[in-house]
Design a protein around this ligand. Structure first.
Ligand code: EPZ
Length: 426
């Protein structure tokens, strides 16, 4: 199993190019199921998760041409050979569940495994299922699988989500594009990835309006055509490198950065004393911190445009050595503080009380072997290690490979002392 060896204390200086967004790419890939024409996605991130979804699509009969290392992925679902998404595949990557609605829309039936729980929380899919039922799908849960059919086709529906859910909003949007009549989604998620999905669907001939607002309208069409579409840049990857620069100090510019999608993070970093030059037109974000300590800042995660849960762990890593006490509230997932005990191994002073973590800034962190159980928690340990004294070993980095493209190369190019090694955990 690979691990990272990181020697802290070196400021980061240089430029980092932001890759395509994992959480957008995973939904954009699924659009291919809605058409018998080719879908070509550019700016695709080469990640374990996107490669994994490509394998599931192949299982369903999609022809996938995506050479190793290439950022262009060709998907052709001219003919589907299966409408079954097996447990082994959905369990490993929850976004696979989003094939359910598109398969029903395309083939009239589908059998897709329920994803089960996950390290950061229970993560039920009840809202996904309610939305599909409202559109006329007949659903049964049997042996851990959702067995779905819509013998008379899907019809538009008025769906009011009881909780804001990114996945359920996207799933309903994908499915409604081919339903008869109009679907209205209320209390829809407003994440930038939702707008990206709407833009891609519209480029295929769909009629989606209102994405990015709480009310999305989808007028169903007879058929969708193929498209060539560029995946939006990854706001979470960008935010992570911004925090790495803020933590280690130095002067880093992010190129191809989705500046407008990062408002909440930028204002929290400025509050903490980090100098940030944001240029939306040029898509660059320059992050500078020279010597001065960070100030403690409190925050609460919120659906977009609030502070994203996917940057909470990274921000906590920064607050470990800030001056003062910061209170970090996680409101999206019920178990998303697994990084706290690992950060404590590096000398952080963190007390977790339910959904709240109290972080008392210490003078410095000291290296130790650490590991984490999810993607963003793992990268928070990398951020902490870059500012810690000594050599930290971050174990189980397969979590990082799910969501960060060439992480050690990107940080290494800015001067970070970071090296990937294979072998047993340390
Ligand atoms: C997406 O997950 C992202 N994943 C997550 O990123 C991200 O943390 C999350 O949105 C919130 O921004 C992908 O896009 C692949 P939700 P998703 O449905 O869609 C509850 C990462 O690290 N809920 O918005 O699964 C749910 O339990 C990942 O890249 C229901 O109760 O998140 C949670 O508490 C982790 N019933 C809340 O809603 C449902 O049917 C928000 O979840 C669906 C969700």
């Amino acid at each position: 199993m690979d691990r990272l060896h990181i020697t802290g204390g070196t400021p980061l200086n240089g430029r980092i190019h932001v890759s395509g967004a994992k959480n957008s790419a995973l939904k954009l890939m699924v659009t291919c199921l809605l058409t018998d024409q080719p879908v070509e996605l550019t700016n695709m991130p080469n990640l374990a998760d996107t490669r994994f979804l490509a394998q599931l699509l192949e299982t369903l009969g999609v022809e996938v041409y995506w050479p190793k290392g290439s950022s262009t992925c060709h998907l052709n679902a001219a003919e589907l050979k299966s409408t079954i998404a097996p447990y082994e595949q959905v369990r490993k990557m929850r976004a696979s569940f989003n094939v359910l609605g598109p398969l029903i829309a395309r083939s009239g039936h589908a059998t897709v495994s329920l994803p089960g729980g996950c390290a950061i929380g229970a993560r039920p899919v009840d809202l996904h299922l309610k939305a599909l039922e409202a559109m006329g799908a007949d659903l049964r849960v049997e042996g851990g699988y959702v067995k779905a059919a819509a013998i008379h086709g899907l019809t538009g529906a008025h769906i009011n989500f009881s909780t804001v859910s990114v996945g359920a909003t996207e799933h309903a949007m994908l499915t409604a594009t081919l339903a008869k009549g109009e679907t209205i989604l209320e209390n829809a998620a407003r994440e930038p990835e939702i707008e990206d999905l709407a833009n891609c669907l519209n480029s295929m001939g769909a009629n989606v309006t209102g994405a990015g607002t709480p009310i999305i309208r989808i007028k169903g069409v007879e058929a969708l055509k193929g498209t060539t579409y560029a995946v939006m840049p990854d706001r979470i990857e960008a935010g992570t490198y911004a925090m790495a620069a803020a933590g280690a100090g130095g002067d880093v510019t992010l190129d191809g950065c989705p500046v407008a999608a990062l408002g909440a993070m930028i204002s929290k970093l400025r509050e903490a004393g980090v100098t940030i030059d944001a240029d939306e037109a040029a898509s660059t974000l320059r992050i500078r911190r020279n010597g001065s300590p960070l100030k403690a800042v409190s925050l609460s995660t919120q659906p977009h445009p609030g502070f994203p849960t996917d940057l909470q762990a990274q921000f906590m890593a920064l607050m470990c050595t800030a001056e003062g006490t910061s209170i970090i509230r996680e409101t999206i997932f019920e178990n998303r503080f697994m990084h706290a005990p690992e950060l404590s191994r590096l000398g952080a002073d963190i007390t977790v009380r339910g959904q709240e973590a109290v972080v008392k800034g210490v003078h410095h962190l000291t290296a130790a072997p650490v590991m984490a159980t999810d993607l963003r928690a793992s990268v928070s340990l990398v951020i902490a290690a870059l500012g810690a004294r000594g050599e930290t070993v971050v174990n189980r980095i397969y979590h990082l490979d799910r969501g960060f493209e060439r992480l050690e190369a990107k940080l290494g190019a800015c001067g970070a002392k970071i090296e990937r090694r294979s072998g047993e955990d340390e």
